[in-house]
Design a protein around this ligand. Sequence first.
Ligand SMILES: Cc1cc2nc3c(=O)[nH]c(=O)nc-3n(C[C@H](O)[C@H](O)[C@H](O)COP(=O)(O)OP(=O)(O)OC[C@H]3O[C@@H](n4cnc5c(N)ncnc54)[C@H](O)[C@@H]3O)c2cc1C
Length: 460
Amino acid sequence: MAKERFFLELTPPDQTLRQLPHVVIVGGGFAGLKAAHALIGKPVRVTLIDKRNFNLFQPLLYQVASGLVSEADVASPLRQLVGQAPNIQILLGEVVDIDPAARELVFNERRLAFDHLILATGSGSTYFGHEEWREHAPPMKILEHADEVRRRLLTALEEAEQTPDPERRRFLQAAVVVGGGPSGCELAGSVNEMLRHAVARDFKQLDAADCRVTLVDPGDRLLRAMHPSLSEAAGRYLVSRGVELLLGGRVKTIAAGQVTVTTAEGDKTLEAATLCWTAGVRPSHLGRLLAERSGCAVDRGGRVIVNPDFSIPGHPAIRVVGDLCSYSHTADGKPLPGMAGPAVQMGGWVAADILAGLAGRSHAPFRWSDFGSMAVIGPLCAVADLRGLRVSGPLGWLLWGLAHLAFMPATENRLTLLTKWLWVIGTRQRASLLITGRPDQHMGVEVGLERLEGDSPPVA
Ligand SMILES: Cc1cc2nc3c(=O)[nH]c(=O)nc-3n(C[C@H](O)[C@H](O)[C@H](O)COP(=O)(O)OP(=O)(O)OC[C@H]3O[C@@H](n4cnc5c(N)ncnc54)[C@H](O)[C@@H]3O)c2cc1C
């Protein structure tokens, strides 16, 4: 056993580490990982708990969904990113309860005490009360969602290749993306390129002109958080590549292969084999749980309303950061957006604040540096709004690429992504167009793991 690394109450802890204050970080996403990085080698012992064993770079999920890159290009094991630091312990598990008064949390049916807690469990997706839509139109939040969308797109093309009925073929070659924010625009642009190119090159029975991607949004323009000129540039580009925009359309119902949208002209039903949902984000349920347990307030969506130092009233040792917090101590009083940039800055600041407090030093208040926002909408084409500097086209793409590579936590992923992007630009070939995870293909395969209870082990 590597002695210095085992300091949990689970096993006899190393004496030197045992005496250090215990910082527990829940969530190894953008905010939690940054906090963990900032605490490496500092006089604290850190436990980082996540229900997944990897950090996921969500902004590139759409590239997994459209077969541009593969899963491991956008996710890195937490043990490799920070787990090798002597004062950091990674534990796989889902935190299900918090006891603020006792300074304990519950995961994997055990209680774990903390001196400082950094809660960074991010957000999930919501269908605004229509959970029944989820199975028909998967969201884009975790790797499995991206895999499922890619599986549906490619399976539909494979069926279309063998279908003599032209109407059915058009249905199979169609996709609808709901939500005209950055994720929706990126997904629609990339799926459109993928469908048209794959069909033109690899599917002998299909006509690329029959591919149809429709992007639906209730607003009057795409990318509403950006300047109108960039919304227009993005819309123009997508339309020029064949994406159909349905703006001012509010989704009324979603069923298998069908989205009904209410527009000013009445209801409109779109039929497509693949439907994707990027329209709703809801904070992790631990926000409301913390509110129940501590009496702290949450906003309408369920984000925890935090103090200027990200603590909650009456509990200075509990900090909430990233998508899960509502932080309005800004110059204009508006809460910070649920984006990677603020999450990273919050995580780093909170870690530094804890260290300053432990050392009895003062620490400058949190100030968010807004570097702007970007969305990539096609090969070599992105729109970027960088504090008033607005660019679109190849320059936007270059800035987008550099920013994403800079944010990507693992060097290996930076290299593979750069190689794959350049490869796609040069050849237009996507290497990750794999249909994986089909239940009928793996459930029946005997791999020796699915032994039923009571089965006797095989005789050697
Ligand atoms: C498709 C998509 C595209 C995006 N594009 C952009 C973009 O272009 N630019 C941008 O700035 N932002 C983008 N975002 C938003 C950005 O990804 C989030 O704002 C950011 O991930 C928030 O960071 P976080 O650390 O708060 O949470 P996350 O990064 O979501 O991390 C939360 C972590 O907590 C873990 N967790 C959750 N619950 C528990 C639990 N109970 N117990 C243990 N662990 C738990 C999760 O497994 C996860 O690892 C995008 C988001 C999505 C979904």
